[in-house]
Design a protein around this ligand. Structure first.
Ligand code: NIG
Ligand code: FE
Length: 392
């Protein structure tokens, strides 16, 4: 194992309040970080940094923990340029567009799916993302869903079974039979490759009872629930998430006061907001301020998928969350790192403190605030992933 001291960091976000100032961000100014193998070994003032096998001069840049993108749909074939184009000419977004991607995904070879996934994981890493969850949900047969998850498990630890994305076209006349498939043979085929189970609880997809059946069946097979909830309309998804102890309720765009209250008092259910989705569907953004003021834990994620949000950029989500959703820059950076880690129930990522995984992003900026202050500017200077410079 070799160690590296990254020194001359102007502003370091540790996400450990005990290590610095600025509340939850635990900011250390003029800092250094020692990476030893794939772990963080030491964090503190640069003047006190211990020696290491090699040194990297950050030249006054800011450092943040690698972004934790806890929600994406990267196992797909084709794209939906025409649909996006039509939407920007006034057509609304509906769950129905998913069918286009299902048809293209079924046509794609395992190799194509794998290469597509590699491409997006690399693209995200170049923008500072060092952990990315991804889901099935564009195959909708036991064979298609399980092969997508097998491909995913080769490239990421955070794999989600989402056979309940929409009712498969073959079952359009018998949704109950599709739910039986998703909670039966399809789940059996998929569970070995997945850590999580997810369902799209929405008009045009699955109602509250169906969503409950999917999540409880997954849980019985050892998968942990997460849910697409309250994206396009009010619905039972958020309450179900809290009731079942899901790790995360994702989207949370249309919330009643009771939903906000449930999330604020939830035991371990994070509200994951996906602003790329409202951006790309010209919809009203979720109100992060309302959730934060109530006391909910908020994560930010890209929802990268070919339909509703074709961005892999966490910095972009941070910038929108600050400009449009009432978050402070500090809150948005926390939500894109530590918040994502909470949504994935991980304590080894989303922070830069001793023992954490050595996932560190150096930015071409003196402060993490520039992620919101300089929207659209590629600020990622260098990324260490598991202690290795990305690309090395
Ligand atoms: O999170 N809401 C459901 N699924 C995706 C969209 C998928 C698609 O349009 O292909 C989402 O927005
Ligand atoms: Fe999604």
């Amino acid at each position: 194992m070799t160690s590296t001291v990254v020194t001359n960091i102007r502003t370091l976000v540790t996400n450990d309040p005990a290590l610095g100032e600025g509340g939850p961000l635990g900011l250390v100014h003029d800092a250094a970080v020692v990476l030893d193998g794939d772990r963080v070994a030491w964090v503190g003032p640069a003047a006190e940094a211990p020696a290491a096998d090699s040194a990297h001069d950050a030249e006054g840049r800011a450092a943040v923990p690698g972004f934790v993108d806890s929600h994406s749909h990267l196992l797909f074939g084709g794209d939906r340029t025409a649909e996006f184009n039509a939407r920007m000419s006034g057509r609304p977004y509906t769950a129905g567009g998913i069918r286009t991607t299902v048809a293209a995904t079924r046509e794609a070879s395992d190799d194509e799916l794998g290469r597509n996934l590699t491409r997006f994981l690399d693209e995200a890493r170049r923008q500072g993302t060092t952990t990315m969850e991804t889901k099935s949900g564009y195959g909708l047969t036991p064979e298609q869903e399980s092969r997508a998850l097998r491909v995913a498990a080769e490239q990421t630890d955070e794999v989600t079974y989402m056979g309940a994305h929409i009712v498969a076209p073959e079952y359009a006349d018998d949704p109950a039979a599709y739910v039986d498939l998703v909670t039966g043979p399809m789940l059996d085929a998929c569970a070995p490759y997945a850590r999580w189970v997810d369902v799209f609880c929405e008009k045009g997809a699955f109602d509250g009872d169906q969503a409950r059946a999917v999540l409880t069946a997954g849980r019985a097979k050892g998968l942990i629930p997460r849910i697409h909830a309250n994206q396009l309309s009010h619905g039972p998804g958020v309450q179900l998430a809290v009731e079942l102890g899901a790790a995360s309720a994702d989207h949370c765009t249309h919330l009643t006061d009771a939903d906000v209250d449930a999330l604020a008092h939830a035991d371990g259910t994070v509200a994951t907001l996906l602003p790329g989705c409202e951006f790309s569907t010209r919809a009203v953004y979720p109100d992060a301020r309302r959730l934060l003021d109530a006391g909910a834990t908020v994560a930010l994620s890209t929802d990268c998928n070919p339909g509703s949000s074709f961005t892999s950029s966490m910095p972009f989500c941070v910038a929108i969350a600050v400009r449009e959703m009432g978050m402070t820059p500090d809150e948005a950076v926390w939500s894109a790192t530590a918040g994502g880690a909470r949504a994935l129930r991980r304590d080894d990522i989303g922070r830069l403190s001793p023992g954490a995984r050595a996932d560190l992003v150096l930015m071409d900026a003196p402060s993490h605030v520039h992620l919101a202050y300089r929207p659209g500017v590629p600020l990622t200077s260098r990324v260490w992933h598991r202690g290795r410079p990305a690309g090395a």
